[in-house]
Design a protein around this ligand. Structure first.
Ligand SMILES: Nc1ncnc2c1ncn2[C@@H]1O[C@H](COP(=O)(O)OP(=O)(O)OP(=O)(O)O)[C@@H](O)[C@H]1O
Length: 668
């Protein structure tokens, strides 16, 4: 198999070209990229961002392109829920296909079948609204990782076989079980997708509707030859196993013995794959039997998706291990450690060690343990909506976009590790610890400036200009002089430049007493470097809290963003109460650019940060403390920045998993 090169995430160059080669069908590229897979060249070129007349929807990046359709990220503005919007290349001609896919899928539900939500009207005809699978496809994963280990292979095979068993029980076959059609959730749960080639039993099945290398021989010869569509699906399962373990799709008519190709493969797994790939369809097990036997044959392990997903997805992953540091390409031509086929002897030894009946009863994507939480006493100055928080109430951050209630619940649980794991793989532990770390991160950032925000009641979230005017015009006491809190910048004429605040979000320019960014700070904000900008944004934000001054936020947050809403709620309340967080500063301990992404339709950057906020006192205008003092705290977050005409601004704040993962990885 050819090696996938370093992806250029922005242009999509080389993005999933290897997927096309692997599967013979799918292409996957970012919006604006160049289609590279031969099979889809003509159709892929037609893909363009769909225009949705309903203003309640936003279309984001291109998630991938197949032979028939391009798939786009779609966000429902009302609740931030994310979906995948599948747009066939010839929309009108394929509407029938979409409706059929919808009809088939609405009959069957299974945790390992990708949800189909309905149709969405676009200017180019209807698109199919699908469950969004942030973990991308198995084709992509193998293209990057080269091969998967036995435990991960088992995870995928069990999931796909269970999904097929469910479909088969309902009288449907899939018809195109292939790596491009196996997608992953953020916690590594495999989802069988793409029912475009599925057929109700009894319908005539097109020969060649599947993917080369995954079609049963009978289908490749263009006839049924005694094999049913269900048996062909089972053959594809075997081919999928072969593909994951060897990194290559089967060549039609050429299947060297697995014993020779993978001498170290556990015997039980080898027998099962051979059975599924049997030339005689009658000898193949049912999908249900296959799932049960594979599950018994070898312990399932969580899928390590880190190296294969889009950078914007990395912070969401919950089964990440240090296969690669974020942002690093895979070493070309070098199989990853996890992906290495086990050596003969070692595998046998491990197998014996596991013993009968000592295997996991849990699939790795199931989270069953309660979370460990860490309390952050101080104001989480970067926290904001976009994070799932534990507590209800007006000040709890909004749920993460795109997370259904069940999904949100799972964020606060850990995944159970298998009862036994192969001794040579400490990765499962790694995955579990990352998960705990992420849970901690979520718990931490969920607490938004608790001291400042303790007053109950409805919080109105004004635009920042409105906030400034409103506060000053209200006659309520308001602190604008930051000198008392030890912040040298606040109230200092040297930094009170009177700089023009952004026109779109005017901020405090009209109020001469309110300190804005210094000229040097403005230069950084309007410069090229998002990491340098984060330092300034962090300082300005801390000053907004320290001064109880919402006007300062005009330089910090993207107008109308989730980040702005959260800050205005916090700082706005302080301002209304005539209070501030005296002595509150934020030190940026570390900042690292993760990569580019589209935020809505605007280009943006992700930056992982570690911040340390100081201890502080919540005080009124008279300087008298109005609440218990806040303690210092450290946070690890990922900031999404957009580059507006006025400079870099924060659009969204995400949990800090990326930073935690890197730290953990360095220790391993
Ligand atoms: N629900 C989804 N969430 C995230 N990415 C997706 C989703 N559906 C599809 N994709 C991405 O888009 C690619 C193409 O999608 P899909 O395979 O459905 O298109 P297709 O044209 O029907 O494919 P095929 O060539 O198999 O007929 C996938 O390989 C995957 O990378």
């Amino acid at each position: 198999m050819e090696t996938a090169g370093r992806e250029d995430w922005e242009s999509g160059q080389d993005w999933e070209s290897a997927q096309g080669r692997n599967t013979g069908r799918s292409v996957n590229r970012s919006a604006g990229g160049t289609p590279e897979a031969e099979g889809a060249a003509g159709s892929a070129a037609e893909a363009r961002r769909p225009s949705v007349p309903d203003p309640g929807w936003k279309i984001g990046r291109c998630l991938g392109q197949g032979g028939m359709a391009a798939v786009w990220l779609a966000e429902r503005s009302a609740d931030g829920a994310r979906f995948a919007l599948k747009m066939p290349y010839g929309a009108a001609a394929d509407e029938f296909e979409l409706r059929r896919e919808l009809a088939i899928r609405s009959r069957v539900r299974h945790e390992n079948l990708l949800e189909v939500h309905g149709l969405l009207a676009t200017a180019d005809g209807p698109g199919l609204l699908l469950e969004y699978a942030p973990g991308d496809s198995l084709a992509r994963l193998v293209a990057v990782r080269k091969t998967l280990g036995e435990g991960e292979t088992v995870t995928v095979l069990v999931a796909v076989a269970r999904a097929l068993a469910c479909l088969h029980a309902e009288g449907s076959a899939h018809g195109d079980v292939s790596p491009g059609n196996v997608l992953f959730t953020a916690n590594g749960k495999p989802l069988l997708a793409d029912f475009g080639t599925g057929r109700m039993l009894g319908e005539t099945r097109d020969a060649g509707a599947g993917t080369p290398g995954f079609e049963a021989p009978a289908m490749e010869r263009g006839g049924r030859a005694g094999g049913t569509a269900l048996e062909s699906d089972v053959y594809a399962l075997g081919a999928l196993g072969w593909f994951m373990l060897t990194g290559r799709a089967l060549m039609p008519g050429l299947r060297p013995p697995l014993r020779v190709v993978l001498p170290g493969l556990p015997e039980a797994l080898r027998r099962l794959l051979d059975a599924a790939l049997d030339e005689d369809p009658a000898q193949r097990p049912s999908a249900e039997t296959f799932a049960a036997e594979v599950f018994r044959a070898w312990p399932a392990e969580p899928i390590d998706l880190l190296a294969a997903v889009h950078p914007s997805v990395r912070p969401e992953l919950r089964t990440r291990r240090s296969v690669l540091a974020p942002g690093k390409p895979s070493k070309q031509g070098k199989p990853s450690k996890q992906g290495k086929p086990s050596k003969q002897g070692k595998a046998v030894k491990r197998h014996r060690h596991l013993g009968k009946g000592r295997r996991s009863r849990q699939v790795p994507w199931e989270d069953t343990r309660r979370p460990r939480r860490r309390r952050f006493a101080g104001p989480a100055v970067f926290a904001g909506p976009g994070l799932s928080g534990p507590g209800p109430g007006p000040l709890a951050p909004a749920p993460a976009p795109g997370t259904a209630p069940a999904e949100r619940k799972r964020r606060h649980r850990s995944i159970r590790r298998p009862a036994r794991r192969p001794a040579r793989r400490p990765v499962w532990l790694g995955a579990a610890s990352v998960l705990v770390a992420l849970t901690v991160g979520l718990g931490g950032v969920a607490v938004l400036a608790p001291e400042a925000l303790r007053t109950p009641g409805e919080v109105r979230v004004p635009a920042s200009s409105e906030a400034s005017a409103g506060e000053s015009g209200s006659g309520e006491p308001r602190t604008v002089d930051g000198a008392a809190d030890g912040n040298p910048a606040a109230g200092d004429p040297a930094v009170n430049t009177g700089a023009e605040a952004p026109a779109a979000n005017p901020g405090p320019a009209a109020e001469s007493a309110v300190s804005g960014p210094a000229e040097t700070e403005l230069a950084v904000l309007t410069g090229e470097d998002p990491v340098a900008a984060v330092r300034i944004l962090s300082t300005l934000r801390a000053r907004a809290y320290a001064e109880g001054n919402p006007g300062l936020l005009a330089w910090v947050n993207q107008p109308d963003s989730a980040a702005e809403a959260a800050d205005l709620a916090g700082v706005g309340r302080l301002g209304r109460q005539g209070e501030r967080l005296a002595g509150f500063t934020v030190e940026l301990v570390q900042a690292e650019r993760l990569g580019s992404l589209l935020i809505g339709t605007d280009p943006g950057e992700q930056v992982a940060v570690t911040t340390e906020n100081s201890a502080y006192e919540q005080v009124g205008a008279d300087g008298v403390p109005s609440a218990a003092p806040g303690a210092s705290a450290r946070q690890e977050l990922v900031l999404e920045l957009v580059r507006t005409e006025q400079g870099w601004r924060i659009a969204r704040v995400l949990p800090a998993a990326a930073g935690l993962e890197r730290r953990g990885g360095a220790q391993r």
